[in-house]
Ligand binder design. Structure first.
Ligand code: MRU
Length: 348
């Protein structure tokens, strides 16, 4: 079993609060912050102190448990109304990653099933812990399946950070690299920096270096040249929402990489747990794409790099159509096209 010794858990339940690895401070500062209220949890998701689809979902679940514990009313109806308000607030933090809504739905079902306030409080903590434990297990299995697709000595390109710090543990797209390291299975990883907020440069490079994985950082516009020059064998990315037909929303820039993979004739893999699938939508056109503050483009680390008042467009995600995806790696196995037909055999 993989231990990932150098990597801390990025989200931890501490009974009176949640302890969070502040991903905004990485890599220069490794700090853990304490979240003491639903507002703290909401703010940390909004400001990307915690980010990555599964981590957002499980942090929000702990946020609901925390909010419920802090309720002082003795009337069950009022308690449920107040906790529902917490759930609604957390659901409004970020729109694209479906894991958030999946986790909050589980918390809501747990809340509604409770017969008393004390059992509700206990059940909500248990449910959030279960979501966390399941995510860790799903990511470990994704790592196993993902690694089976690689050959010793392969060079693999990734985008954004779909790593251990974006999940309970191991990560999705980065899980095979962690397992490979543990097993002395040589792989070379190329990480795109991931503008505008540099999850690749700040987080993936940091995470893989902590784990001793051979990682090389490139800027986003170097991808085509690097794939060609360094004979990249494949591309693997995470996902924020996968529609019933396999169309996949992931960090902005993913679509361009999928097009490059097709051009160069290399496989393009998506790695995601079943909690990232949204089978209620037929295709990627229905996935809401978050647009974020213009300052993410016009500033880098607090320094203005573009003229004041320049017009900007800052979509945080793009959608890769299913025909550009070689396979989707889940905890239940590797899904290949025809995705519409095959996804229901792996995810329900
Ligand atoms: O805006 P972010 O940093 O939350 O975007 C994260 C991604 O796009 C990840 O690739 C995705 O959530 C998968 S994390 C396992």
């Amino acid at each position: 079993m993989t231990t990932l010794a150098p990597l801390p858990y990025s989200v931890q339940w501490a009974d009176t609060h949640i302890t969070l690895l502040n991903q905004q401070a990485l890599p220069s500062i490794t700090e853990f912050i304490e979240l003491h209220s639903v507002d703290d949890v909401y703010d940390s998701i909004l400001t990307l102190k915690v980010r990555g689809a599964p981590a957002i979902g499980l942090t929000a679940a702990f946020g609901v448990a925390l909010g419920a514990k802090q309720e002082t009313t003795s009337e069950l109806g009022e308690f449920k109304k107040n906790v529902t308000r917490h759930i609604e607030k957390l659901a409004s933090s970020r729109p694209t990653a479906v894991n958030l809504f999946w986790a909050l739905k589980r918390m809501e079902n747990t809340l509604q099933a409770a017969q008393s306030i004390s059992t509700a409080k206990e059940a909500l903590v248990s449910e959030a812990k279960a979501i966390f434990a399941e995510d860790e297990e799903m990511c470990r299995k994704i790592g196993e399946h993902g690694l089976s697709l690689f050959t010793r000595g392969d060079s693999i390109l990734t985008h954004c950070n779909a790593g251990g710090i974006a999940t309970a543990r191991y990560g999705t797209a980065l899980a095979p690299f962690h397992l490979a390291k543990e097993r002395d299975f040589p792989l070379k990883v190329y990480a795109c920096e991931t503008r505008p907020v540099l999850q690749g440069a700040r987080l993936t490079a940091w995470e893989l270096m902590q784990a001793g994985v051979d990682v090389t950082l490139i800027s986003d516009n170097m991808a085509a040249h690097t794939i060609h020059q360094k004979r990249i064998n494949g591309i693997i990315v995470g996902a924020d929402r996968i529609a019933a037909n396999g169309d996949t929303a992931n960090k902005i820039g993913t679509l361009g990489l999928a097009i490059l993979a097709k051009h160069f004739g290399i496989p393009f893999y998506v790695a995601a747990p079943s909690s990232t699938f949204d089978l209620s939508i037929e295709s990627g056109t229905s996935i809401p794409i978050e647009e974020r503050n213009e300052a993410e483009i016009t500033f880098i680390q607090g320094v203005r790099i573009a003229p004041e008042n320049v017009k900007t467009f800052n979509p945080a995600f793009d959608v890769t159509p299913n025909h550009l995806i070689t396979s989707i790696i889940t905890e239940n196995g590797i899904i290949t096209p025809d995705f519409i037909k095959n996804i229901p055999h792996f995810v329900n």
